[in-house]
Design a binder for this molecule. Structure first.
Ligand code: ATP
Length: 964
């Protein structure tokens, strides 16, 4: 027998469960018996693989060849050093890669799917992995189905089963028994399958199979594996490092040939060329880039931004537009009803939060005994057409469910309605849940010997369903709603209709008409203070913030003004007196409205005086003056005609609906508030913004937001309110749903990119200096300034730690005052090239000078080489410090700002001292002890690189400030 052929009762018996679900103990036992609800364990990259990977680089091959060659030449000392370098390199690479691997694993774990189940008769959220057969699960739109589930209840439940069946249209789910045998999954309409997603409606069901026993478990392994893509930057750097590698190899070969031509020994030149290659190739670069990205990921996670796809770290830094949902992201999502309108009067509600205490004022006077009042019906609808709960926890009142609904319950309680009593008197029989797309919800209640429908939703949506209003004039309702919205309130309309007792189940069709409008409730949802700061920060950082909301345009604009997203309302001055060309588009619009009003008045079409400040002036005009104004106005309007002309702050979903892509294309650059938006509009807004070349971050939480999240450069899903589908389509999940966290992530993204540049500023010029200094001495017919082993030493003591340390830089102060980076601009910009030349030449000249000076003074070749090596090492230490900022002076930076670099440099210095003074290392690297005068000279020569770069930075700062 198949599950879909069985009666529910039979299934309950087979699975030893009931509609109240399992107890916690039963669930625990079953989890042990059936194992976690997880598909095949993910293939982990083994440590051995990582270790072997370290030996796969061309650089290592070169070194290994060199080791073999030296061995046959019986230069065992060099063989030893080279082998040590190979092993050390492999060890460093291994540690770094294991760390990066761990990070990626951790990333995967951060976004675990959750499931809502009944345990001990109560609804709880658990990890999807803890679901066991017999559990009763609750399904809602946007959720992934955690296991194979036989459905018990469905309300307009549709699931996307394309991953199992290939069918792209959502499957309509039912609860009826299906008698046929051997049905493919696509025809098992009363089963919801693990891994498929709910695209609409609600449902509940009993889990019949988990993990490998599910249909998905049979056909697929690990479908939800998050792929670890390399970021475009990583790829670019890989290619860059390869290109440098080839150049260096060519240069080294040249070096070898020239050396032989000038009479050096072939074996010496071979080793020197190999060592020069190693010292010059930025072998650490690709791995340091990965580390910098991984550090970015970790820092972002600390700030509640969880990166799901690595490329996002880098793209975040160049974000130019952030499109954000309003409710809960920019605002607190703590709703409190402030105003209510019952069709006759407006009432004010006192109190704050969800505490059900506060005065109610009717036209300024407190009222009591509201339960008998006319407004009671309005509040009752809000209370009962509701799926949420208010509960008390340690004296604090909280909402379980939707904050909008919580506010309505609290408002009713303030008026003295008792939720339990009301629910008892008017038990809920049926529900059509709220869906953003529909804009309203409805419930059916038993009321004596009849039934009654209660509905609530966006006022204009509810009005559409109504054939009348409780107190007659429906016209006023929208005016009052508008008035509420201007104060930034989110407004809901309530309506009702009596139906016969036999009618329990209703569909959206039954609601099409015949409801009576009961009134409005308006609630505040204050902006998050940190979001206001973040919006201001975005402005400074050259990032535009766009608000996208399901709320009404007027509410949206009012909140956008509070947040600083839309400009403050300007006081309309005497626009008619100003030159037409100087008016902003908005002023022009306002003037047009006034003039149109007067035109109607003067031509007798209307007897209403237009009310506006501008009106005063226009009213006083003679007919000739008025005609002149009209003419000018028409000319100005024609001039600015076309969609490009108009400045718009708000665009509504229904306008977008009928708008062509090309019109929208022009508007997206100006509009920063979108209201009553449906998810498909988000996609179009994203696409048009991207056409302008913007780097777009887009937030979303619902299942229908997925296409927009996937399309945007950075899809941002909400951690708390986001559905599984939204999270899976996103690049980043914001754990606290807070806009400020997105802003912080952008900042950290910029730091990552900056740090990668810092590493390049360090590695490339110093590498180039190494090879230039060798080539120059060979060409001048001088002895080599460093022995091969010494070159390898320089490489270890300077590149082993400093490059990685630079990836840990905390970020410069002005990082958010700069405009976003042009994503098309490469890493190697003009500044980097110029500074590479400056530093490369300076270091090589300095080293050669120090070396020659030592030889001239009659020092031994060994000692002169020790001086050359030490000078090179110090130059590199200083260049690492220089690289901490491209433009800022080193003097203005806290030396301990990057402790890793500070202590790393000290450690490297001590190691170098050991190489000079410890007899065994002295022997190995052929170093000689230095005198204080030598040290002083080395210090003075190498510090020039700081002085030169400081001057370069200063000049550039002056030029930039003059230029601006
Ligand atoms: P944002 O896009 O800023 O996050 P939102 O997603 O909260 O906003 P919706 O939930 O789509 O926006 O709400 C749009 C409108 O639907 C609201 O202005 C309100 O009038 C109405 N509404 C919101 N929640 C409910 C609900 N639970 N029941 C009935 N109507 C609701």
């Amino acid at each position: 027998m198949n599950w879909y052929q069985l009666e529910i009762q039979q299934i309950f018996e087979k699975l030893k469960t009931t509609e109240r679900g399992l107890t916690t103990d039963e669930a625990r036992e079953r989890l042990l018996k059936f194992g976690p609800n997880r598909l095949a364990a993910e293939g982990k990259i083994s440590r051995l693989q990582i270790l072997l990977h370290q030996f796969k680089s061309p650089l290592i091959y070169i070194l290994l060849i060199a080791a073999v060659v030296t061995f046959f030449l019986e230069e065992y000392k060099d063989t030893g050093v080279i082998t040590a370098v190979v092993l050390l390199n492999a060890l460093i690479g291994y540690i770094q890669e294991v760390k990066a691997e761990k990070q990626v694993r951790a990333l995967k774990r951060m976004v675990v799917a959750k499931a809502r189940v009944l345990r001990d008769g109560k609804e709880v959220e658990i990890d999807g992995e803890a679901v066991v057969p017999g559990d009763i699960v609750l399904l809602a739109s946007g959720g992934r189905i955690p296991a194979d589930v036989r459905l018990l209840k469905t309300i307009e439940l549709r699931t996307d089963e394309s991953m199992l069946t290939g069918e792209s249209l959502p499957a309509e789910k039912k609860t009826v028994i299906i008698p046929e045998d051997n049905l493919p999954p696509g025809d098992q309409l009363n089963i919801a399958f693990m891994g498929t997603a709910v695209v609409n409606g609600r449902g509940s069901g009993v889990v019949v199979a988990t993990a490998a026993q599910t249909v998905l478990g049979h056909i697929a392994r690990d479908v939800q594996e998050i792929e670890v893509a390399k970021s475009p930057l990583q790829e670019k750097i890989d290619r860059f490092a390869q290109a440098i590698g080839i150049i260096v190899l060519v240069a080294a070969s040249l070096l070898f040939v020239i050396g032989i031509l000038v009479g050096e020994k072939a074996e010496d030149m071979f080793l020197t060329a190999v060592a020069a290659t190693v010292a010059t190739i930025p072998e650490g670069l690709p791995i340091v880039v990965t580390i910098a990205l991984a550090i970015g990921v970790a820092r972002m996670a600390q700030h509640l931004a969880i990166i799901r796809k690595l490329p996002a770290v880098e793209t975040l830094g160049s974000t130019t537009v952030i499109c954000s949902d309003k409710t809960g992201t920019l605002t607190k999502n703590e709703m409190t009803v402030r105003l209510a309108y019952d069709g006759e009067k407006v009432y004010e509600f006192g109190g704050s939060g969800y505490k059900p205490e506060g005065e109610i004022l009717e036209e300024g006077r407190p009222i009591r005994a509201i339960a008998d009042h006319q407004m009671a019906l309005l509040l009752r609808i809000g209370l009962l057409c509701n799926e949420s709960e208010i509960y008390e926890e340690e004296g604090d009142y909280k909402v379980d469910g939707d904050p909008t609904e919580g506010a309505l319950i609290v408002a009713a309680m303030k008026a003295g309605l008792n939720p339990a009593e009301e629910r008892n008197n008017l038990p809920q029989l049926f529900i059509i849940p709220f869906e953003s797309d529909r804009g309203y919800m409805a419930t059916v209640h038993r009321q004596g010997d009849r039934n009654v429908i209660y509905a609530k939703g966006a006022p204009e949506k509810i009005l559409e369903l109504c054939s009348g209003c409780r107190y007659g004039i429906c016209e006023d309702v929208l005016k009052v709603a508008n008035h509420f919205a201007q104060a930034g309130l989110r407004v809901l309309g309530m309506a009702y209709r009596e139906i016969p007792a036999e009618q329990v189940e209703i569909t959206a069709k039954d609601l099409q008409t015949g409801l009576t409008f009961a009134g409005l409730q308006g609630m505040i949802d204050p902006p998050r203070p940190e979001a206001i700061e973040a919006v201001a920060g975005c402005k400074q950082a050259g990032i535009r913030v766009v608000m996208i909301t399901g709320d009404h345009a007027v509410t949206a604009l009012a909140i956008a003004r509070q947040l600083g997203i839309a400009p403050e309302e300007e006081v309309v001055e005497d626009l008619a007196a100003k030159p037409m060309d100087s008016l902003t588009d908005e002023e022009l619009l306002s003037l047009t409205q006034t003039v149109a009003g007067f035109l109607a008045l003067r031509s007798g079409l209307s007897n209403r005086q237009p009310e506006s400040i501008t009106g005063k002036h226009v009213r006083a005009m003679s007919d000739m003056e008025f005609l002149g104004l009209l003419k000018d106005l028409l000319a100005a309007l024609v001039k600015r005609a076309g969609p490009e002309g108009a400045v718009r702050h708000v665009l509504a979903g229904r306008e977008i609906e009928t708008m062509s892509d090309s019109t929208l294309f022009h508007l997206v650059q100006k509009v920063s508030v979108y209201a009553r938006v449906a998810p498909q509009h988000k996609l179009r807004i994203t696409q048009q913004l991207m056409k302008h070349g913007e780097i777009v971050a887009m937030t979303g939480d619902g299942v229908n937001d997925a296409p927009a999240l996937k399309t945007a450069h950075i899809g941002v899903a909400m951690g708390k309110t986001g559905t599984d589908v939204a999270k899976e389509s996103s690049d980043m999940v914001i754990a606290d749903d807070n806009f400020a966290s997105i802003y912080r992530a952008v900042e950290l993204g910029r730091i990552v990119f900056d740090n990668i540049r810092k590493v390049i500023f360090f590695l490339i010029p110093t590498g180039i200096a190494a090879i230039i200094s060798i080539m120059a001495t060979v060409m001048l017919g001088l002895p080599l300034p460093y022995l091969p082993a010494q070159l390898l030493w320089i490489n270890i003591v300077t590149n082993g730690l400093q490059d990685v340390a630079l990836a840990f830089e905390p970020g410069e102060k002005d990082i958010l005052q700069r405009p976003p980076r042009n994503p098309k601009a490469g890493i190697f910009n003009r500044l980097l090239v110029e500074r590479t030349i400056l530093v490369g030449l300076l270091i090589s000249t300095g080293v050669i000078y120090a070396f020659l000076h030592a030889l001239h003074q009659g020092m031994s070749l060994e000692k002169a080489r020790t001086i050359a090596v030490t000078t090179m090492v110090f130059f590199q230490f200083f260049q690492a410090l220089n690289s901490r900022s491209e433009m800022q002076s080193l003097l203005r930076m806290n030396p301990l700002g990057n402790p890793f670099l500070f202590f790393g440099t000290i450690a490297a210095f001590l190691a170098h001292l050991a190489a000079i003074y410890l007899p065994s290392l002295q022997w190995l690297f052929r170093m000689e002890p230095l005198t204080p005068v030598d040290w002083l000279r080395i210090g003075l020569i190498s510090i020039t690189v700081i002085i030169a770069v400081e001057i370069d930075k200063l000049v550039r700062r002056i030029v930039t400030s003059v230029y601006h």
